[in-house]
Design a protein around this ligand. Structure first.
Ligand SMILES: N[C@@H](CCC(=O)N[C@@H](CS)C(=O)NCC(=O)O)C(=O)O
Length: 205
């Protein structure tokens, strides 16, 4: 089993953190795809993932699975403990709700800021719109404020336990910091949560 990734980037980190939490990272081979050099847009990689993005998982039978959450779902079902995507129907729904909220309101806006309001991937960027980038950056900060409100009453984003929603949020917030978008000073709950989750061993993955 192999994961194609570029380990400096945020989406592959989400999968590595997920595997580290499950204690199975050392059972998987990782192959680096040179995204800044455009290797992910060459025929060899497009045959594995026609959408030209990492991470992509290759199963032993040659099946390819892309999309970060789909890859995590595969490992959650194969290695249920510890649960990172909920156990009961209610927990699974809540985790999915929060995971999507974090992705839509923070992770994706930070990525849009990176691609449109910074040099992004340089010559690989085929279209850039600074106004959209700046708007997305503001949306990412608004998304952080929503998470701060949720964390006023909960230890973790989807409730009382650490889940994939926390992994997505941590990777999004660290990605944001790289492009100079910080957690707002008044978001004390989000800062408390960040101090907690960023010291988990899996955060070093
Ligand atoms: N929806 C995909 C997005 C993956 C993605 O955008 N990965 C980035 C690296 S963090 C990438 O490969 N970008 C290549 C590009 O923008 O050309 C997922 O969740 O896995």
């Amino acid at each position: 089993m192999k994961i194609y990734e570029f380990n400096a980037f945020a989406s592959p980190r989400r999968v590595r953190m997920f595997l580290a939490e499950k204690g199975i990272a050392d059972r998987i081979d990782f192959e680096q795809v040179n995204v800044p050099e455009g290797e992910h847009r060459e025929d060899g990689f497009l045959a594995k993932n026609p959408y030209g993005a990492v991470p992509t998982l290759e199963l032993d039978d040659g099946t390819f699975i892309s999309e970060t959450v789909a890859i995590c779902r595969y490992f959650e079902e194969r290695h249920p403990a510890p649960r990172l995507m909920g156990e009961t129907s209610e927990e699974r729904a809540a985790v999915e709700m929060w995971q999507r909220r974090v992705e839509n309101s923070v992770f994706d806006p930070v990525a849009a800021f990176f691609h449109h309001a910074t040099p992004g991937l340089g010559s690989l960027e085929t279209y850039q719109n600074l106004e959209w980038g700046d708007h997305s950056g503001n949306n990412a900060v608004a998304g952080m404020r929503k998470l701060d409100a949720q964390l006023a009453g909960h230890a973790y984003i989807a409730g009382d336990g650490f889940t994939i929603a926390d992994i997505t949020a941590l990777c999004a917030i660290d990605f944001a910091a790289l492009v100079d978008i910080a957690i707002p000073d008044d978001c004390a709950n989000l800062k408390r949560w960040y101090g907690d989750v960023s010291t988990r061993p899996s955060a070093a993955a």
